[in-house]
Write a protein that binds this ligand. Structure first.
Ligand SMILES: [Zn+2]
Length: 263
């Protein structure tokens, strides 16, 4: 029987002993396939999206090579399991096969997709989510599914760290090893961000914004998606604590969104 001290990985089926309170979104804690709660959330969303029996581990699902799936800088585990089951392409911003979500022209290279996996990307794009979501929508066939994860927080509005920037801000390493970001707005004012936040290590991927959970859901609806949250499934290893705090920055939600293109 499952209890609060174990989960059965929904990707590989391995039984893991782990206290629910110790589960963190990004920690690769399946001792067999090394999946994280976030990657298990993505796998569950895919299974739900194609009406597969999610009590069967992803790796034992029957391949559906008729389904076209595109990911964006997916990690090696997601890339491997999606390649095994689907007609899958992982895309990148800096290398082939290219995809720049901010560009309608670039997005137009992908059409009639059944599923898009966009996991922890929209907090890094130069264009804002409300500008990017229509490009994602155009890539899907009607009824196609966008599986969207972002490190959202419970706050009324998304905060743009570089709002109105005229071009993508470039991080600069300082003599003492710290990083700053210089940027200019469209009125010609210059700024220095002394406290930039990076994901994947210092100087790596710049956090452009802190995304409001409710705002991005509303933006998805505005852009022609039917939006739902994938509820946690702790027994399958898709779980992390939703923090309740006074400070916006600590009110993390970040559950997986399923956004279905309406027509
Ligand atoms: Zn596993």
């Amino acid at each position: 029987m499952h209890n609060k001290e174990s989960f059965r990985c929904c990707i590989c089926g391995h039984e893991n002993k782990r206290s629910r309170s110790d589960m963190h979104r990004e920690v690769c804690d399946c001792s067999c396939c090394e999946s994280s709660p976030r990657s298990r959330g993505v796998a569950l969303a895919v299974m739900k999206g194609i009406c597969a029996d999610a009590s069967v581990p992803f790796e034992l699902q029957r391949p559906r090579k008729d389904l076209r799936v595109v990911g964006m800088s997916d990690g090696s585990l997601i890339e491997r399991i999606m390649t095994e089951k689907f007609d899958y392409t992982n895309t990148f911003f800096h290398k082939q096969p290219f995809l720049d979500l901010c560009s309608q022209v670039s997005a137009a290279n992908y059409k009639d997709l059944d599923i898009i996996i966009c996991s922890d990307v929209l907090e890094h794009t130069f264009a804002t989510p409300i500008e990017v979501l229509p490009n994602l929508r155009q890539m899907l066939r009607p009824g196609g599914l966008l599986i969207l994860t972002v490190p959202t927080n419970h706050m009324p509005n998304t905060i743009e760290w570089y709002g109105g920037a005229v071009c993508p801000p470039v991080p600069e390493k300082q003599e003492l090893g710290s990083w700053v970001v210089r940027w200019s707005d469209r009125r010609g004012n210059d700024y220095i961000d002394q406290h930039p936040s990076f994901h994947g290590g210092p100087g790596d991927t710049l956090e452009m914004r802190m995304i409001s959970h409710s705002q991005i859901a509303a933006e998805g609806k505005r852009c022609g998606f039917e939006v739902s949250n994938l509820e946690f499934k702790p027994d399958a290893g898709y779980y992390w604590s939703l923090l309740v705090a006074e400070n916006y920055f600590d009110r993390r939600d970040a559950r997986v969104f399923m956004m279905r293109r309406e027509s």
